[in-house]
Write a protein that binds this ligand. Sequence first.
Ligand code: NI
Length: 233
Amino acid sequence: MLKVIRYSSLALLAVVAGLWAWAWVSRAPGESVGEAFAQRLAGVFGQQLPVPAAGGGAGGMQLPPGISLGGAFSLVNQDGVAVTERDFAGRWMLVYFGFTYCPDVCPTELGTIAAALDTLGPAGEQVVPVLVSVDPQRDTPAQLKDYVSRFHPRLQGLTGTPEQVAEAARRYRVYYARAQRPDQSDYTMDHSSFIYLVGPDGRVRSMFRPDTSPDAIAAAVTGQLRSGSRGSS
Ligand code: NI
């Protein structure tokens, strides 16, 4: 029986990975990989995986049974201090992978996280907002420290070696890649753009696609905090 469960989770993982590749290849012009992925995922898992309409009031995308995102990481915070998932154990987190040179999407999503925490009020203090850089080459701790302070006083900015960042991204199934536009001298980063709600055990409980409203995220966090305190964790 355990073997059956293990194989079926492997199969699910394979489906998700395949969908991500499919979304990447088949997305419409102008459509982000994240958006395309969410649509393909919804198409395959149907009722199991409700995807809120952009800006809608639903509780985010629930992970299908057998899929586990999040877990261990080893990174460096904006003060240059080494941190791992154990430093956040017992706390809820809203995690976003992005980079400080991002012209538009990252600032928008980080603003959304900050607004959601404001909406939550005192309950929001149980939640640690976290930005993990996918551009460790330029995002030094000092660069992150200046950047995160513009969004929220408690926003943590994490970076590391390219290998550390790659490992953290792998655990969250985050896609990112360096991109050089012909009309620009500086490179940019393509990256998936989900906000992850992480439980006290370090595992992703819910994920939010780009353009989810702060109110929808706040409502989902409230629901998870309630069920989290009722549950065994
Ligand atoms: Ni970005």
